[in-house]
Design a protein around this ligand. Structure first.
Ligand SMILES: [Fe+2]
Length: 450
């Protein structure tokens, strides 16, 4: 490769005052979403456990405040603890989600007051603390980390909304349709090295670091995520009944749990239906499939004669610009996502049709890598070469290992603050209450690539 082009740091040019305003705006947007998600239901609903997989919404709300207090008020601000007595209750490592309803949780009114008090103090810290000199405050990192933490819990709360039964309580406009005009079903990603991960991105989390060169062989990647229509073909051809498409672990999971379709789908006499945030609707053929496990994604790919992309392949397709040899922050370039680029931030309550968001395509023409659905990759979650836990091991290092698969790109329920070309999510391969979908990759046929 020619001389490496430096990575772009979007916050480098900001004055301390503008940096503070940027962090405050990000925190405020996250809080507006947390409030909207918890105000949408009554108190009884807030304390109820809608699924063993999830916490009661009121736990998430107070946990958001608890993490903010721990990092922004106590660590960065060096202030007194507001509520040291509740640290344990809201420590995600102390109590499994299934057990959280039995804890002496703050009531909805107490939780709301608590997060407001913490936020007031955090804003006071943001005004006064120097934003340099300590790694945790450089470029307002701690404020970015806490923003992302809140947005991640907002997405989890959105998944809880999807699991709750009852009438719809959330609404949003429909996402854009896919524009007319064709695009190839798959694109060729050239072989060779590219820069994976990041060193310069100021709010990137420890597991995205450092930037390092990775060599990826040439491969083909689907231009869009796999649609519900394509997935129905797999279903209707008996894909769930044929062991040959499934890995041994996948087949065991499928049979033991009686999995016969994506989560929230039901077969009726006139085809497939699903429930989406309380709305019963026909499965939309043109939309990316969502709520599938890694095992289902892998089985579909085998049935289609393809495979899931590795994490490095996904990131190369999303970031590599063949013209400059440089890795971008996003498929479309270095600028932050707008409504034209990607379906993010719960702006819509569903993925957009496959082929939507042409302005968000990568230089190679791959669409919807950011937003719409989290995409399963075939890669286990591990640290990059040179990984160093920061600011605490429990953020990601304790999850490294073969039990978790990496997901990339964010969903319609992910805020722009909590996803980028380098962002890594991870989950158990059986999980599907998350907004997970996938796209397929394949190796070139002999002689197909010069
Ligand atoms: Fe958390």
């Amino acid at each position: 490769m020619s001389a490496p082009v430096p990575e772009y740091n979007p916050l480098r040019e900001l004055s301390p005052q503008d940096l503070r305003a940027h962090a405050a705006e990000a925190l405020t947007r996250a809080r507006a979403r947390s409030v909207a998600l918890t105000d949408a239901v009554d108190d009884e609903d807030l304390v109820r456990q809608h699924s063993k997989l999830m916490s009661p919404l009121v736990w998430d709300l107070a946990h958001i405040g608890s993490q903010e207090e721990l990092w922004l008020v106590r660590d960065v601000g060096g202030r007194e603890a507001l509520r040291p007595d509740i640290d344990d209750i809201y420590d995600a490592f102390q109590h499994a989600r299934a057990d959280r309803p039995e804890l002496p949780l703050l009531s909805p009114a107490e939780a709301r007051r608590y997060v407001r008090e913490v936020r007031d103090k955090a804003f006071d810290v943001l005004e006064k603390v120097p934003l340099e000199g300590r790694r945790i405050t450089d470029s307002a990192f701690a404020f970015g980390m806490i923003t992302q933490h809140e947005q991640q819990h907002d997405e989890t709360m959105l998944a809880t909304h999807q699991l709750r039964t009852g009438d719809p309580v959330l609404s949003a406009p429909e996402p854009p349709r896919a524009p007319a005009g064709g695009y190839p079903a798959e694109v060729l990603v050239p072989g060779g090295p590219f820069v994976m991960g990041t060193t310069a991105e100021p709010w990137a989390l420890d597991n995205e670091r450092p930037a390092h060169e990775v060599v990826v062989d040439a491969f083909f990647l689907d231009t869009t995520p796999v649609t519900c229509g394509a997935y129905v073909e797999f279903l209707e051809s008996g894909g769930y009944a044929e062991e040959r498409w499934w890995s041994p672990a996948g087949w065991r999971y499928r049979t033991e749990h009686g999995i016969t379709a994506p989560r929230f789908w039901k077969r009726a006499q006139d085809g497939w239906w699903r429930t989406r945030f309380g709305v019963h609707e026909r499965v939309p053929a043109a939309e990316p499939v969502v709520h599938v496990s890694f095992h289902e994604a892998e089985a579909y790919a085998a049935w289609a004669g393809k495979r899931l992309p590795t994490e490095a392949e996904w990131e190369k397709a999303a970031r590599f610009d063949p013209a400059s040899g440089r890795s971008r922050r996003y498929p479309w370039g270095d600028e932050d996502p707008t409504a034209e680029h990607a379906n993010l931030g719960q702006r819509h309550l569903r993925p957009a049709e496959a082929g939507a968001y042409p302005a968000g395509a990568s230089p190679l023409g791959v669409r919807q890598l950011i937003g719409d659905v989290w995409e399963w990759t075939s890669t286990d979650f591990h640290g990059y070469p040179g990984f160093a836990a920061f600011p605490y091991r429990e953020y990601s290092e304790v999850f490294f290992g073969p039990e978790y698969k990496v997901l990339r790109g964010g969903s319609f329920g992910t805020d722009a603050a909590a996803v980028r070309g380098t962002f890594r999510n991870w989950d158990y391969p059986i999980r599907r209450q998350i907004f997970s979908g996938f796209r397929c990759a394949r190796d070139p046929l002999p002689g197909e690539v010069a």
